[in-house]
Design a protein around this ligand. Structure first.
Ligand code: LMR
Length: 334
């Protein structure tokens, strides 16, 4: 706590000194994916807009590909004020103690981007962001990535094909349950370590939106990819609350405008980025891509939708039903 206060004091001082000396206010924006992804491009877009709208008073430094911090560390760094802005995947908020966010990890809870937007742009999404304040975090907005598909070194047609497989997941209890329900062995691991773990056989497979699979070259070490699109992976853009609240109000407003434009851009490019990545995986010829039949998709849904019920006591009925209501999802209608 003492260290925390000291650090915050130091940040405030550094911040005031920067304003006095008319140095730009620096926002360090750390993330774990490649530049050439929806999140990578949107963060660069935000940096450019922020410089433009604040007329150079704010400089956003983007650190991609875990160059500053890995998954778990980046959240701690934000809370301590060592970085000011992040866009972690929504799965990263459960370990922080805001378990309601794990609703986004439930398999098949969104049927596509339209249902998802009803949540992220609606009251449910805003309420969830509000829960971060108690952690010293201000949630600004949501950025899309896409729907995750399973990959492995063996073909994945039916749920039973993943039985006994070691599958890398993000640190989420819902994702753990999802893999266990399939009879697989969930392995929590930082994103930056996945390629090597797949290459060396530490894990057999994983789940990713294709933009992440392709830009980390995971397709080069996975012989099979099945387009299961069984779950969602997207982001909340967050800032250190103390830093944000301490900004001069005109600058904060300009940054909010820059963020609004970056969000529109992110959500516009995400789907196409994932489609292009899939095309690139196909062209590489390194991975066999399986398009599920309706019966196969139905078998996966039947196997995985019970995860909603199983995780209700952890995520909370209210969060799950809030999403069902916003999207029109009915678990009984399979
Ligand atoms: C993951 O760990 O798989 C993702 O959180 C990576 C990302 O940020 O898209």
């Amino acid at each position: 706590m003492k260290l925390y206060s000291l650090l915050l004091g130091a940040i405030t001082l550094a911040f005031s000194a920067a304003v006095l000396a008319q140095q730009p206010i620096v926002i360090k924006f750390s993330h774990v994916v490649a530049n050439d992804t929806p999140k990578g491009k949107a963060s660069e877009f935000f940096a450019k807009k922020a410089a433009e709208l604040t007329k150079g008073k704010v400089k956003v430094e983007v650190y991609a590909n875990s160059t500053l911090y890995k998954d778990k560390e980046e959240m701690e760094a934000l809370q301590l004020g060592a970085v000011q802005m992040l866009a972690p995947s929504l799965a990263k908020f459960g370990p922080l103690g805001v378990k309601e966010f794990e609703v986004f990890d439930l398999p098949y809870i969104f049927d596509g981007y339209d249902g998802l937007r009803k949540v992220t742009l609606g009251p449910v999404g805003q309420q969830l962001l509000g829960k971060l304040e108690a952690k010293g975090i201000k949630g600004l907005t949501y950025w899309d990535n896409g729907f995750k598909s399973f990959s492995a070194n063996t073909p994945i047609m039916m749920p039973a094909d993943l039985r006994g497989k070691k599958l890398r997941i993000q640190s989420s209890k819902v994702l753990e349950e999802q893999i266990r329900t399939l009879g697989g062995l969930p392995q929590v691991m930082a994103f930056s370590e996945v390629y090597q773990a797949l290459q060396t056989g530490v894990v057999d497979g994983t789940e990713n939106p294709i933009s992440n699979l392709y830009t980390q070259k995971m397709h080069e070490v996975q012989k099979h990819l099945s387009l299961t699109e069984h779950g969602y992976l997207g982001y909340a853009v967050i800032v250190n609350k103390k830093f944000w609240d301490g900004l001069p109000s005109d600058i904060r407003k300009q940054l909010e405008d820059a963020m609004e434009q970056a969000t529109r851009y992110a959500n516009q490019i995400a789907k196409v980025e994932n489609e292009t990545a899939l095309e690139n995986v196909r062209k590489s010829g390194k991975t066999q891509i399986h398009v599920q039949t309706a019966a196969e998709r139905q078998a996966f849904k039947k196997a995985l939708i019970p995860v909603h019920q199983k995780m209700e006591s952890r995520i909370g009925k209210e969060a799950i039903e809030g999403v069902y209501k916003a999207t029109g999802f009915d678990p009984k209608k399979l």
